[in-house]
Design a protein around this ligand. Structure first.
Ligand code: C3B
Length: 760
């Protein structure tokens, strides 16, 4: 590693001691990029392409050092010069290429695919300003452009370019790549991100995320999920999706030809996993390319595509199951619209009068999931309950005609990032106990259970949690100007803000607790409730929920009776970096979605692995977590998914029935109390109040009383630290199943069939 000192001299004419953290970061970036260039790329015949609108990759410095196997070496070298990796890491900007669980899952998958030695790349777009950067101002969310591309990044610009034929004229793409380094594999895959050289950031109104949405060549890749509340915004999303998949399809065909395919045998060379419906246009695009450029008949092209494309569904929320007006698709790419019409006619002939499986409905709207299910060979859900709901209700009409296409692949998380990088102390403790086989492959942690009566081990477990709380407190103080008590109970809900995830239910609990403390019931240990998450700027109720929480936070802070015992904070700009501080420090993981609505959740897995206990509904992967840890080691409550599905089907939930209960009415009414209105915005608080009282579409009140009772019990249980830690140990021991290595091995076994080099 003497090269580091030499590099510092060459690049900055200084010694390692004297360069800034930023310079040191650039130096390590160069060093890693250089090492990574020397790694072999996988040349197996068949290759996976994981196409996704988002990749929430997080910072890469530490992960890349770990995966290259040089973390300790570099850390020692830096320490010898009085420097530390932790500080250098602060200089890295987190890429802003993702939004939520779907994007983070894609990134965990890329890490696992590379670390298991499989040949598979991610394909997506290079958004210049990402999703947005979240600020709080006046107890409101404001969204600003996230300029993550300023300075040097992990992106490598390539010479590869394709022409994408929009109706309004062709545009040329540029391909950028980020190396995905397999864990101690000596191999790398890539994340391939397409962009346009013509994109012009001056189009953005200064300091906002507003821009002229009609100037496609100049604005196509400015933002991920541009506001789609107007027609121009929806058109832009179609442009983005088509641009992404046209490039993807051209790249896949080129690489297959290079590896010797004649394209009729494409399925021997490529498998394409489409992440939710956003990349579905790749189906008609492949058909277009094969018929226009490679002399395929339409039927031949369809037959090939049907062997190559697989679809993952990540949600049953209708708003997220995309539908586009045929006329809009036509305006972006008429040939794609034609192909979709032809596919639609084929389906209508094959399944006459089966409207549930139509591609184009009676109002000329195209259902993207229908294309993906009919013309892909596989459809999977992301947790057992979710996959069951797909087959038995949401997608029943499809599962009835293609039972063999449907399967479950319960999500997972990469242990390299979520414990080895994020919680190194805990990782070392586990290593000392059971060795390091869990770092890669089948990550069985169950042997840890043997430590139950080992006082020394259990003490270390407690000390590690405390050290992580101290680290979080320091981080929040320095980078967010938030002061928390590091010895309080850390209770965390971090995820996108959405009514179905029910942040508003936790807000109602906070109101309950505020009253309770004012009534003299003081918690033994102070409680810190931390929220994190962004809300889509056009999603009004989500904005109102953020406003409610921030207003409550302010109210409690200024109340001397309550503030010593309860603190509520909303951590701004929640992202992977914040998660890496929050999760290892958490005592309590909030997974309180309305049953049936959360497809899986992956935060739930990260918390359990890091030794938090979960309070949850039996939704998504919580069901599988509960099954593994047993009912004594998790706190479950609420109506079951069957009950909720019935309530929706019969339109039988009446919010007034719950609102009028004596335990609930005062909590909801408090939202518009004089105390709250003094600190918040009356119209906004009132809008949320009316919504909860009269609509409550995601039933925040239905489980509220049970939730309140269970949370109080949980806080009470925390006081018996010995019993609490026993539960923590069970949770960590049972987390092995939720490694994304396991998930990826299942995808490969059932769907992809890639060669895996020397299974260890
Ligand atoms: C999310 C779901 O909401 C989560 O339950 C799930 O764990 C992840 O996907 C990963 O499968 N999701 C998302 O982040 N964005 C969507 N558009 C749809 C689902």
């Amino acid at each position: 590693m003497n090269t580091m000192a030499a590099m510092a001299r060459n690049q900055f004419h200084k010694s390692i001691e004297d360069i800034s953290d930023q310079e040191l970061y650039y130096l390590l970036l160069d060093l890693i990029k250089d090492k990574s260039k020397g790694l072999a790329t996988n040349h197996s015949k068949k290759k996976l392409y994981y196409v996704s609108a988002e990749f929430l990759i997080g910072k890469l410095l530490v992960n890349n050092l770990l995966n290259l196997g040089i973390y300790d070496q570099v850390e020692e070298e830096l320490q010898a010069h009085g420097r530390s990796l932790t500080e250098v890491e602060e200089a890295e900007k987190e890429p802003s290429l993702g939004n939520g669980g779907l994007g983070r899952l894609a990134s965990c998958f890329l890490d696992s695919i590379a670390s298991l030695g499989m040949n598979g790349d991610g394909i997506g777009l290079n958004y210049h300003f990402g999703l947005f950067r979240q600020f709080f101002d006046n107890n409101q969310q404001t969204a600003k452009p996230d300029d993550w591309l300023g300075g040097r990044t992990w992106l490598n610009r390539t010479e590869t370019t394709f022409t994408v034929p929009f109706k309004n004229g062709p545009v040329a793409s540029t391909l950028y790549e980020i190396d995905i380094i397999g864990f101690k594999k000596g191999e790398r895959n890539r994340l391939r991100l397409f962009d346009l050289d013509t994109v012009n950031s001056d189009l953005i109104q200064w300091g906002t995320i507003q821009f002229d949405k009609k100037n496609i060549p100049e604005n196509l890749t400015l933002f991920l999920y541009p506001d789609d509340s107007d027609h121009a915004g929806r058109m832009l999303r179609i442009y983005q999706q088509y641009f992404m998949v046209s490039n993807a399809a051209q790249l896949i065909i080129r690489e297959a030809l290079e590896r010797g395919s004649n394209l009729h045998d494409l399925a021997d060379y490529a498998v394409i996993q489409i992440n939710d419906t956003h990349p579905t246009f790749i189906i008609p695009e492949l058909i277009r390319l094969l018929t226009e450029d490679h002399d395929f008949t339409f039927e031949e092209a369809v037959a090939v595509v049907r062997q190559v494309v697989a679809f993952t569904n990540h949600t049953i929320l209708s708003e997220a199951l995309e539908k586009w007006p045929l006329a809009d698709i036509e305006a972006v790419q008429p040939e794609i619209a034609n192909i979709i019409c032809r596919l639609d006619r084929q389906i209508k002939e094959e399944f006459p009068d089966n409207h549930a499986v139509e591609i184009i409905d009676g109002s000329n709207t195209v259902h993207m999931a229908s294309i993906a299910i009919h013309f892909g060979f596989s459809t999977n859900g992301v947790a057992r309950l979710h996959s069951e709901i797909l087959v038995n209700s949401e997608l029943k009409a499809f599962a009835d005609i293609y039972p063999e296409k449907f399967s479950n692949k319960t999500n997972g998380i990469t242990f390299r990032r979520w414990i080895m990088a994020a919680n190194p102390r805990l990782a070392h403790l586990i290593d000392q106990s059971i060795g390091d086989q869990w770092h890669q492959g089948i990550s069985d942690l169950s042997d840890l259970r043997k430590e139950k009566n080992n006082k020394d081990f259990m003490n270390q477990l407690a000390q590690i949690k405390q050290a992580n709380k101290d680290r979080l407190a320091e981080h929040l103080r320095v980078s967010k100007r938030i002061e928390i008590k590091p010895d309080s109970i850390i209770d965390v809900q971090i995820k996108r803000i959405h009514e179905y995830k029910r942040q508003q239910m936790l807000a109602l609990y906070i109101i309950y607790k505020y009253f309770d403390i004012k009534n003299g019931n003081r918690p033994q240990t102070p409680i810190t409730i931390l929220f994190g998450g962004k809300a889509a700027p056009a999603y009004t109720i989500a904005q109102d929920i953020i406003h409610l929480i921030l207003t409550l936070s302010a109210l409690i802070k200024e109340d001397p009776e309550v503030a010593p015992y309860l603190q509520v904070e909303f951590v701004p700009n929640y992202n992977v970096t914040e998660a890496e501080y929050l999760i290892p420090a958490a005592d309590i993981s909030e997974q309180i979605s309305l049953a049936s609505k959360e497809a899986s959740g992956t935060g739930n897995m990260k918390f359990m692995l890091n030794g938090a206990l979960t309070i949850c509904t039996l939704d998504g992967a919580n069901v599988e977590i509960a099954e593994r840890v047993g009912k004594d080691n998790i706190y479950t409550f609420g109506k079951s998914s069957d009950e909720i599905i019935d309530l929706y089907a019969n339109n039988a939930y009446n919010p007034q029935d719950y609102y009028n209960r004596p335990a609930i009415k005062p909590l909801v009414d408090f939202i518009v109390s004089p105390e709250m209105i003094r600190l918040g915005h009356e119209s906004q608080l009132r809008r949320l109040y009316e919504d909860i009282k009269n609509k409550d579409y995601f039933m925040a009140m239905i489980d509220l009383e049970e939730y309140i009772a269970l949370k109080d019990k949980m806080y009470q249980d925390y006081e018996d630290q010995e019993a609490w830690l026993d539960k923590v140990l069970v949770n960590i021991s049972e987390a092995g199943y939720f490694s994304s290595d396991r998930t990826i091995l299942e995808y490969n076994e059932d769907i992809w069939h890639l060669e895996v080099d020397d299974p260890e």
